[in-house]
Design a protein around this ligand. Structure first.
Ligand SMILES: *Cc1c(COP(=O)(O)O)cnc(C)c1O
Length: 400
């Protein structure tokens, strides 16, 4: 079995989260390392969706709106809240991350009259950058780029809001949310944290750090399913001044009064816009039940150990043939990114071997590790498959 094989078996044997794996309906024979892009399917989701469709829609029909559908964005928001360190009444689940970024950025600029700049993470996920640029144009403010660990050079009294990613989606690098938030506040600006690659795998303390706004996906490490609606957090004391731009009836203080003018709800409900996406939202609600009783500190510890073990396997089995671009110290999220000139072809070879990660142009292979269902054995299998794929590519005739 080899020394790495023995280590993997030993680590899996001592894994305190091993039982949670049974909550997932995993594809047999597949080593799934893309939970940072689309989380695996929790077993309880299929039955719940069948119930929502068959009973709530099929039998209760329109009555279901007053039997839990209309208030589902706040109810499901309260299930996300403990995962991001938020007290009640500050998180709502609605729309996509892109749309919530738009709401948060416009709302933050409106709160800062006289300030004329949006600062955005230089290495940000594309949609964040695109939305920030659009908001800058609409609001007639400037857009500047910075990295979360080097904000001092860029921030100043012109800064209205800073949009940062906690984990870099390409490299897996983790940024220090506490110090970056403090720096932004030191400049008198607001911060919007994008938690897409960290929610569900890192202990996050939005309230304790005094974060202003946060957004995040629910279909990645939260396993809500393809296109599951995103969440938005607005700190309690900012909600009264939060004028988000999508003044739809969903955020109205009394939507069913059908009043001629818009008056926002007092609390986090004002972050809503239109009718909630019930099927996806209730699938997510079922998926989130998997977190009941799960300790995020344990999840984080396992994620660090899994990614660390994968790096060790890659070092030993693959060596210098690839470059590990993810930090080897503790400042990484739950993915490992490897650089290789032929990354695209290599990832195709891996997927042909039922080891599923993903490719990010031009030369990055990403391997996401979801501590709730990935095993140390998966890390070793992936490294072995990579060594095998490299050998295959080497033997293949050179490309023209
Ligand atoms: C996945 C991801 C998104 C996705 O946004 P959508 O609106 O759901 O498409 C946004 N930001 C980051 C950092 C992401 O990783």
């Amino acid at each position: 079995m080899g020394e790495l094989g023995e280590r993997a078996a030993e680590l899996d044997g001592g894994d305190s989260l091993a039982l949670v794996r049974g909550e997932f309906d995993l594809a047999p024979g597949v080593v799934y390392l893309d939970g940072n892009s689309l989380g695996a399917l929790p077993r309880r989701v299929a039955g719940r969706v069948a119930e929502v469709v068959g009973q709530q829609w099929g039998r209760r029909l329109i009555r279901s709106w007053s039997e839990g559908w209309w208030t589902a964005p706040e109810r499901v928001g309260e299930r996300v809240a403990p995962l991001v360190g938020a007290g009640p009444g500050q998180v709502v689940v609605a729309d996509s991350t892109s749309v919530n970024l738009f709401k948060a950025l416009v709302g933050a600029v409106r709160m800062a009259p006289g300030r004329s700049e949006i600062v955005v993470d230089a290495a940000t996920f594309p949609t964040d950058g695109y939305v920030a640029e659009s908001v800058a144009g609409l609001m007639n403010v400037e857009l500047r780029a910075a990295t979360a660990d080097r904000l001092d050079d860029v921030l100043g009294e012109r800064t209205a809001v800073v949009l940062l990613n906690q984990v870099d989606y390409r490299t897996g690098r983790l940024y220090d949310m506490a110090s970056a938030t403090e720096t932004v506040h030191g400049a008198g600006a607001r911060v919007v944290w994008d938690l897409c690659h960290s929610v569900g795998v890192l202990p996050i303390e939005l309230d304790a750090l005094g974060v202003d706004f946060a957004v995040g996906c629910t279909y990645k490490f939260l396993n809500g399913g393809p296109g599951a609606p995103a969440f938005i957090y607005v700190r309690k004391d900012l909600q009264g001044a939060f004028e988000q731009p999508l003044a739809g009836w969903g955020g109205h203080r009394d939507p069913f009064a059908m009043a001629p003018t818009y008056e926002p709800a007092a609390g986090i409900e004002r972050a809503r816009a239109g009718t909630p996406d019930i099927l996806s939202l209730l699938a997510l609600e079922a998926a989130l039940e998997v977190w009941d009783g799960v300790d995020l500190a344990e999840v984080r510890a396992k994620g660090l150990a899994l990614t660390g073990f994968f790096i060790e396997c890659v070092d030993e089995l693959v060596g210098d043939a690839v470059e590990v671009v993810t930090p080897r110290d503790g400042m990484r999220g739950h993915q490992v990114s490897l650089r290789h000139d032929d990354a695209r072809a290599l990832m195709a070879e891996l997927i042909a071997r039922e080891v599923i990660g993903d490719f990010r142009a031009p030369d990055i292979m990403r391997f996401g590790f979801a501590p709730l269902y990935n095993r140390y054995g998966d890390a070793l299998s992936a490294a072995r498959a990579l060594a095998d794929a490299l050998a295959t590519l080497k033997d293949a005739p050179a490309r023209p």
